[in-house]
Design a protein around this ligand. Structure first.
Ligand SMILES: *[C@@H]1O[C@H](CO)[C@@H](O)[C@H](O)[C@H]1NC(C)=O
Ligand SMILES: *[C@@H]1O[C@H](CO)[C@@H](O)[C@H](O)[C@H]1NC(C)=O
Ligand SMILES: *[C@@H]1O[C@H](CO)[C@@H](O)[C@H](O)[C@H]1NC(C)=O
Ligand SMILES: *[C@@H]1O[C@H](CO)[C@@H](O)[C@H](O)[C@H]1NC(C)=O
Ligand SMILES: *[C@@H]1O[C@H](CO)[C@@H](O)[C@H](O)[C@H]1NC(C)=O
Ligand SMILES: *[C@@H]1O[C@H](CO)[C@@H](O)[C@H](O)[C@H]1NC(C)=O
Ligand SMILES: *[C@@H]1O[C@H](CO)[C@@H](O)[C@H](O)[C@H]1NC(C)=O
Length: 405
């Protein structure tokens, strides 16, 4: 309403037709103002009078039906009210304006000759917040087609797609529905996994919004096959220890169920499974084997495996493990074979490694001394052989030189 009033006073352009007749003593005139109003608002239609002499004032709608005959209601439409009738100004209001009310309203003055003025009523229909339509679901590696729709506005709204503050140019189509317009803007964008959840927005601009905009936010929903990764326990496991494996899963939609299994075997009776967590308390060597975590959604399936090796705690104390490298529990990732090589340097608290360093010291010293001896002998031999070869060589090199002369 407030907006309508602003329009009413800021925009009106006035047409003055002076109906002055030189012969006539009086100089009567009527003057009408164009009006622009928002749909649903209230329009004020004013007819200004000059030198009013009590003549009949008639106001007619665009279909030339008489609304008021000198202050008396003629047409049964309660939305029209006569609010003012003075010798200077006749004003009527029209509430709940609709686009069908648009047109020229006649202010007529019956005098010796009939003069009239037309007040043109224009109705603006601001757009609602636009909607976003998705033609087909966005699957990783594909394209998504998004259409922003503003079904009704007058004049036609301007639509803009925005991502990260930048405009994405769309294909705009506009349809004329009689008095109002429906506008749409369609964009096609390639989608990857990383685009899942990316924010886009569609903005609608319109003169009736006074510099404001109506914004629809949209988050991309990109479907992709799951990825699965087992988070292994750190350090080595011995009999009596407990094993906890956690399966970390991604995917859109997120796989609902996770399957745990053991390759070429059934799962141990003592295994406790609760969603992504797999647990065996009090390990024994019969639990040795490869465990699988699998998940799937409509777009694919994925698995990761973990090879469990349970150490005998007796043998750890009495014997020196050959090389911990071959017995370290490993996880492998089918997608990236490089990860098959485990990291031993980080596993500082590996008790197996501690045992190895203590027992390996004397062997290392003896081995070092032996290696040094062997190295010295080889060096002496090489020097000797090299000297003799050089002597012979020096004789040989002279032979071809002599042959020149
Ligand atoms: C009022 O509106 C009509 C129709 O749009 C136009 O022809 C006319 O020039 C306008 N009058 C003024 C004073 O702008
Ligand atoms: C028309 O209405 C005005 C205002 O009420 C009045 O002054 C005038 O006399 C009326 N004219 C006629 C012809 O009834
Ligand atoms: C306004 O007009 C519309 C139709 O043009 C109608 O549906 C609506 O109920 C009206 N509102 C009021 C408050 O009269
Ligand atoms: C290994 O040690 C754990 C306690 O550290 C013990 O419960 C288990 O019985 C031992 N296993 C063997 C085979 O000695
Ligand atoms: C499972 O058994 C098959 C054949 O019996 C064998 O080829 C394969 O290596 C076994 N896998 C594991 C992980 O033991
Ligand atoms: C389990 O793995 C450990 C470590 O490699 C090995 O010493 C042991 O013999 C295995 N036990 C069985 C029953 O396979
Ligand atoms: C392995 O350790 C090195 C440093 O010792 C580190 O840079 C690397 O990221 C580690 N790799 C994994 C898979 O933990």
């Amino acid at each position: 309403m407030a907006f309508a009033t602003v329009w009413n006073y800021c925009v009106p352009l006035t047409i003055i037709t002076a109906a002055c007749f030189v012969r006539s003593a009086r100089c009567q005139a009527v003057q009408a103002e164009n009006v622009t109003v928002l749909e649903g608002g209230t329009a004020q239609i004013s007819c200004r009078l000059q030198n009013y002499d009590g003549s009949i004032v008639v106001i007619q709608n665009p279909r030339r039906q008489t609304l008021f005959f000198n202050g008396t209601r003629a047409l049964k439409d309660d939305r029209f009210q006569m609010v003012l009738f003075t010798p200077r100004l006749v004003r009527i209001t029209l509430t709940n304006v609709s686009v069908s009310d648009e047109g020229g309203y006649f202010c007529q003055l019956y005098t010796d000759s009939t003069h009239h003025q037309v007040a043109t009523l224009s109705v603006l229909v601001p757009p609602e917040t636009p909607t976003v339509e998705v033609k087909q679901e966005a699957v990783e590696g594909g394209e998504v087609e998004l259409t922003c729709v503003s079904p009704r506005s007058k004049p036609a709204a301007t639509l803009r797609w925005i991502r990260n503050g930048r405009e994405i140019p769309g294909v705009v189509s506009q349809q004329d529905n009689g008095k109002t317009f429906s506008v749409s803007s369609t964009i096609r964008i390639p989608v990857e996994r990383k685009d899942n959840g990316a924010a886009l927005s569609c903005e609608a601009f319109h003169p009736a919004l006074g510099g404001q905009k109506r914004v629809r936010h949209y988050r991309l929903d990109v479907y992709f096959a799951p990825t699965v990764r087992i988070i292994p326990p750190s350090g080595i496991l011995r009999e009596g220890d407990s094993l906890i494996l956690t399966c970390s899963i991604t995917g859109n939609p997120l796989p609902r169920s996770i399957q745990w299994s053991k390759i070429n075997d059934t799962l141990p009776e003592r295994a406790e499974i609760s969603g992504p967590t797999f647990q065996i308390s009090r390990l024994s060597q019969t639990h040795n084997g490869t465990y699988l975590c699998q998940a799937q959604n409509n777009y694919g399936r994925a698995a990761d495996h973990y090879t469990l090796l349970v150490y005998d705690n007796v043998s750890l104390i009495t014997t020196v493990p050959s090389t911990p490298k071959t017995t370290q529990p490993i996880t492998s990732h089918p997608v990236t074979p490089t990860l098959l090589t485990p990291n031993f340097t980080q596993d500082v608290e590996d008790p197996g490694a501690v045992v190895e360093t203590h027992s390996a010291v004397p062997y290392a010293v003896i081995g070092g001394v032996l290696a040094l001896l062997v190295f010295t002998v080889i060096c002496v031999l090489i020097v000797t052989i090299w000297c003799s070869v050089r002597q012979k060589g020096s004789y040989r090199t002279r032979e071809p030189i002599l042959a020149w002369y």
